[in-house]
Design a protein around this ligand. Structure first.
Ligand code: CDP
Length: 222
């Protein structure tokens, strides 16, 4: 069977990482969470305590080695050998990641790593620019979305479940602002590729979305 490259793009909180992980597990593909890579660079930058400078952050991103290890249903994330899985989804990192990921040099470094990780196929990548920039020739492109309210609800529940004290309206405002920033930046903006399939998951269960995507993959693998 053909080992495909699957691109899963969409706005914040659309459920991309949950879906991509579930699909990958079910069909034995590797899962690359590109958002986690930009979050890892943001985390590393915060650790340095350095002033916010594009050049400094660009250089930092070029030196970083980011790895994933799927284990016990969790996609563990490592930056230069240190596990950072639980540190990269805080509201602080979420706020900073969007401007930071608009730095051209950071994008060049991350895209190069993503292409290396995915070049052999048998892989699903989720992000904002996978179908448009990272793998414009991907075998299957899906643009996953849902209403802003539903996406904010999902993110709110996730943060609460992780023991964080957050306000729903604030979570929603942050998410809407991040989407605006991601869609309006000059480099690799969040945008549905012309040949991507639009999948609106509003009101759908995770399993339904997962199975719809697995069906699409099955069609392409033939
Ligand atoms: O989980 P959520 O959808 O909220 O975000 P994420 O996928 O973890 O991505 C975090 C941020 O990284 C996004 O808001 C973008 O600013 C940036 N990102 C990007 O620029 N390009 C990608 N391929 C993936 C993420």
């Amino acid at each position: 069977m053909k080992k495909l490259v699957i691109a899963l793009d969409g706005p914040a909180g659309a459920g991309k990482s949950t879906i991509a992980k579930a699909v990958a597990e079910k069909i034995g593909y590797a899962y690359i969470d590109t958002g986690a890579m930009y979050r890892a660079v943001t985390w590393k930058f915060v650790q340095t305590g350095h002033a916010y400078e594009d050049e400094f952050i660009g250089e930092l991103s070029e030196k970083m080695v980011i790895e994933f290890q799927p284990r016990d249903g969790v996609n563990h994330v490592f930056a230069d050998g240190v596990e950072i899985t639980n540190f990269i989804r805080t509201p602080e990192i979420s706020k900073l990641v969007s401007p930071l990921s608009a730095i051209a040099r950071v994008r060049v470094a991350m895209v190069a790593q993503q292409r290396r990780m995915g070049e052999k196929g048998g892989v699903i990548l989720d992000g904002r620019d996978i179908g448009t920039v990272v793998f414009p020739n991907a075998d299957l492109k899906i643009f996953l979305t849902a209403t802003a309210d539903e996406r904010a609800q999902r993110r709110y529940k996730e943060l609460i479940a992780n023991g964080m004290k957050v306000d729903f309206e604030q979570v929603k405002a942050d998410l809407v602002q991040r989407d605006y920033q991601d869609s309006h930046r000059p480099v690799s903006p969040l945008k549905q590729a012309d040949d991507a399939i639009l999948l609106d998951s509003t009101g759908m269960h995770i399993e339904e979305v997962r199975d719809a995507i697995i069906k699409m993959i099955g069609e392409k693998e033939k």
